[in-house]
Design a protein around this ligand. Structure first.
Ligand code: ATR
Length: 276
């Protein structure tokens, strides 16, 4: 039975760090919707029971965050092809009959943000991806769907970039970590999908001398908003795209399916989410 006051939330463990309640709360207030979006701390051992309780609790759906994104795929009733391809679910909708529908909006979020912040980006030029983890997978799937013609995946552990290349079956090639500078030649987009550059951690060590000046440089790290990679790229004239936008855009489809209205990504939302 779905509640008349729409309820949604984010399931993770831990979940206190999640910016999703803040961002969905902003949209609910902005649109005057009498709904709630709450953080749900769920341990891995409780994941199945928590998910299957959502219809009885009147939830319209939830976002899924670390460490549950991959496990959830086996616990919902149906999964979209893009979530299957990415191998993870980040958005669940409770259907009228109480069944759980899982999808993944990370690839959508990445591409929408890229198009909004770097409209000049040319999908026909080669792309360099730094990293080969879960985030890299979502970004590569999004780029291939958008028509990418060549993706060079550069990861510290070569075997992981090789598996990613095999699994996503697109125009992807694995590149040695030591060759990351050479790989930047003639590219139109460079994306860091690792946590390198995050506040308090080590930066991504890369020399951008070989990167064309027309290339777009994107980072999925958003704390800080301007990573050392983005600062260096900006200094030499490249268009830069920070990681916050991906987070904001990936939230749009879930909000629409639970609360029935299309939310906008605006500078007001960006400021609200980043300012405690
Ligand atoms: P996520 O799901 O957030 O992508 P992940 O699956 O753990 O997280 O992947 C983390 C990525 O960051 C990997 O590509 C990892 O490289 P390895 O496969 O070699 O582990 C990369 N990474 C993390 N720390 C790194 C470091 N110090 N130097 C280079 N790459 C690093």
């Amino acid at each position: 039975m779905v509640s008349s006051i729409p309820l949604a939330g984010v399931m993770g463990w831990p979940v206190e760090h999640s910016l999703s309640p803040k961002l969905h709360g902003f949209w609910l207030r902005e649109m005057g919707i009498k709904g709630h979006y709450v953080p749900l701390t769920v341990q891995p051992t409780d994941l199945a029971r928590a998910l299957w309780s959502l219809p009885a609790l009147g939830f319209r759906g939830v976002n899924i965050t670390v460490p549950h994104k991959e496990h959830v795929i086996n616990l919902v009733d149906n999964v979209t092809p893009i979530a299957q391809k990415i191998g993870a679910v980040n958005t669940i909708t409770v259907e009228e009959d109480g069944s759980l529908h899982g999808t993944n909006t990370d690839a959508f979020g990445f591409i929408e943000n890229l198009k909004a912040r770097a409209p000049e980006w040319d999908v026909g030029r080669p792309i360099v991806i730094i990293g080969a983890g879960g985030a890299a997978r979502a970004v590569c799937v999004g780029l291939l769907e958008a028509g990418a013609t060549e993706i060079r995946i550069c990861n510290r552990t070569r075997s992981r970039s090789e598996s990613l290349t095999r699994e996503i079956q697109g125009n992807c090639i694995g590149v040695d970590w030591a060759d990351r500078m050479e790989a930047c030649e003639e590219v139109g987009l460079l994306v860091n999908t690792t946590s390198l550059g995050m506040h308090g951690g080590e930066p991504l060590s890369i020399n951008l001398d070989r990167l064309p000046h027309h290339a777009v440089v994107s980072d999925i790290v958003y704390v800080p908003l301007e990573t050392r990679l983005l600062a260096a790229a900006k200094l030499r004239g490249n268009t830069v795209v920070d990681g916050l936008g991906m987070l904001l855009y990936q939230a749009q489809p879930g909000f629409y399916s639970w609360f029935g209205q299309k939310p906008a990504v605006t500078s007001g939302l960006r400021a609200h989410v980043m300012n405690e």
